[in-house]
Design a binder for this molecule. Structure first.
Ligand code: 3MF
Ligand code: MG
Length: 349
């Protein structure tokens, strides 16, 4: 495999090496310690790790600020010892009894306050880890039945929560990771378009961007490369969660390119064309180990996704641009389609 020269840095989160539990059955693999996940990351060629706040500091809510800082410093050291850096920290706002009805959009003001305070702690942890951004996956912001909430007010509540975070810290970037459903029936910020729109409603739009996840775009019935392009046109694409997804079903987080190679190619094409990564943006993965995978081969989804990304970078870079331009000028898109398939399959055109 030819190494990709240049600008890309790669990351994943510790939840990407999991124990295989699903809603229908228990775990099938043993937990892997964080330090071992870091060692695996480094060995596979990743430069960074993504975190939930409680991946870094477990049982966060019961701890004092001093305890949180101490533990975060230990994780920072662990990262440095492994030659890694932290890409982002995300507040896990979907686990607590206080976020059953949503976090920033809960109908209970005490719960909304908890969500904002927890997000501030997440920013503190990000600062200790040296992560430049926090990611808001708006898991439970939405409804199971529409009539339970006021959807207009929900949008404003999320805006206000983001404003509180912007005011709390002068530097942290806030990245919104939209998803149309799961766990809620109907998310209030379901797509990249919604997230970009919301960013402009905040007090500091330049510090609010988006993280685009392949599977989440597909779940919304959209093409991930178009979503990425839309965010890039707004200069708002600050991170990605590359993976794959077999259409409109549960969130699968399959290995990048494993379901639809051409769709993966187009994501890489859009990122390459823009020069994504030159401003420090990461290529993040959010991929799940197949439940069938045994313990000693539980990271192949990560190494495979990374290899596929690098392979597709080469495919983008070796595309015959002159031929492509000629076919576009002739409006012979059938021929362009044929050429692209031959190029991707590696067969003679
Ligand atoms: C859910 C997700 C999440 C987020 C993560 C960080 C568990 O569909 O994609 O992964 O990516 O919480 O924001
Ligand atoms: Mg994700």
């Amino acid at each position: 495999m030819t190494e990709v020269k240049g600008i890309y840095r790669f990351s994943f989160g510790p939840w990407n090496i999991d124990e295989g539990a699903d809603p229908f059955g228990p775990t099938v693999r043993k937990p892997v310690a964080l330090a071992r996940k870091m060692a695996a990351a480094k060995k596979m060629g990743f430069q960074g790790m993504q975190f939930h706040d409680d991946d870094a500091v477990p049982d966060l809510d019961g701890k004092t600020a001093a305890q949180i800082e101490k533990q975060a410093k230990q994780i920072k050291k662990m990262l440095s010892d492994h030659g890694l850096v932290a890409e982002f920290v995300a507040p896990r706002l979907w686990f607590s009894p206080k976020t059953i009805d949503g976090a920033y959009t809960s109908n209970d003001p005490k719960c909304r306050k908890y969500a904002i305070e927890r997000s501030k702690v997440c920013i503190d942890i990000a600062n200790v880890l040296g992560a430049k951004s926090i990611v808001l996956w708006l898991a439970r912001e939405g409804s199971y039945i529409r009539e339970s909430k006021n959807p207009r007010i929900e949008v404003l509540q999320i805006r206000d929560a983001i404003n509180a975070m912007l005011a709390y810290d002068p530097k942290t970037m806030i990245l919104i990771e939209p998803k149309p459903n799961e766990p809620v029936d109907s998310a209030i910020i379901p797509t990249i378009g919604h997230a970009v729109g919301l960013s402009y409603m905040t007090d500091e739009p330049d510090r609010v961007g988006v993280l685009c996840e392949t599977a989440h775009s597909i779940l919304a019935g959209l093409d991930p490369s178009d979503d990425m392009a839309y965010a890039l046109a707004h200069r708002k694409l600050r991170s990605v969660h590359l993976n794959d997804q077999g259409g409109l079903k549960f969130d699968q987080d399959k290995s990048f390119g494993s379901y639809n190679l051409r769709r993966a190619f187009n994501q890489v094409r859009v990122l390459e064309e823009y020069g994504y990564g030159r401003n420090g943006e990461w290529i993040g993965l959010d991929v799940k180990t197949m439940r069938t995978q045994k313990q000693d081969v539980n990271t192949k989804h990560l190494s495979n996704s990374l290899a596929t990304f690098k392979f597709l970078v080469q495919k983008v870079r070796t595309l015959n641009k002159k031929l492509e331009a000629q076919l576009i000028a002739a409006r012979d898109y059938e021929e362009l389609d044929r050429y692209l398939l031959c190029h991707l399959m590696g067969v003679k055109y």
